[in-house]
Ligand binder design. Structure first.
Ligand code: CA
Length: 231
């Protein structure tokens, strides 16, 4: 039995039947929802691996469903819609959808796109597992436990400092721009975010610079951003 759980959001009974029959034939587990409200409810209570989402739903637009789900989940969302204009696709993808299939669709293509999404999910999972703990010199960050150590002593970091440390660690060796960092930390990049970033970065560096080897882990690239050096 395939372990992937797929939520099918479709109000057109015949299309839903076609999708469900195909999924069943390929041994997928599935759930169904016929409107936006149930879709959000099912997504939050069953935590599906992939969502197939129609945009024209009776109680709300599918775009609203994407926005709601994106407030708490990164689950892959594949849009299956009769809307075929570029602007509809762009709007759905910008709202957080991962892929877009236009109706009428071929079931073979739908299955192929689900397989691509599954491969991407598996790759992400592997990446997360292999890098659960980051070690760089005397610095250690345990992403799954949510703590960090320096010279075997736990670092006392504020939530923002910890987020910054994770972001820099995950990208060790690369220069991260102010915009990239502020977007990842606060979800936007306004002028005063860059000013706040300087303050948080200064306090984080102060804590990291206290290591016994005298290593400066975070380098400043003036006018560009910051980089965690890789030892
Ligand atoms: Ca519909």
């Amino acid at each position: 039995m395939n372990k992937t759980l797929i939520l099918v959001v479709e109000d057109d009974k015949s299309v839903q039947n076609l999708m469900v029959t195909t999924l069943r034939a390929h041994d997928y587990r599935y759930l169904t929802a016929v409107n936006a409200e149930t879709a959000v409810l099912e997504a939050s209570s069953h935590n599906p691996d992939i969502i197939l989402l129609d945009l024209g739903l009776p109680d709300a637009d599918g775009i609203e469903v994407i926005r709601k789900i994106r407030t708490w989940s990164n689950v892959p969302i594949i849009i299956i819609s009769a809307r075929s204009e570029d602007k509809d696709k762009v709007e759905a993808l910008d709202a957080g959808a991962d892929d877009y299939l236009t109706k009428p669709f071929s079931v073979e293509e739908l299955m192929a796109r689900i397989r691509v999404t599954e491969r991407r999910l598996a790759a992400t999972l592997c990446g997360q597992m292999s890098s659960a703990v980051f070690i760089n010199g005397s610095l250690k960050v345990d992403f799954s436990a949510g703590c960090a150590w320096l010279d075997e002593k736990e670092l006392h970091l504020t939530p923002i400092e910890y987020k910054l440390l994770c972001l820099l660690s995950k990208n060790a060796g690369k220069v991260l721009t102010h915009t990239f960092i502020t977007q990842n930390i606060w979800g936007h990049s306004w002028e005063n975010d860059v000013a706040s970033l300087r303050v948080f970065m200064a306090t984080l560096r102060k804590k990291l610079d206290k290591n016994k080897d005298g290593v400066q882990y975070i380098q400043t690239h003036v006018g560009v951003g910051y980089r965690m050096i890789k030892l």
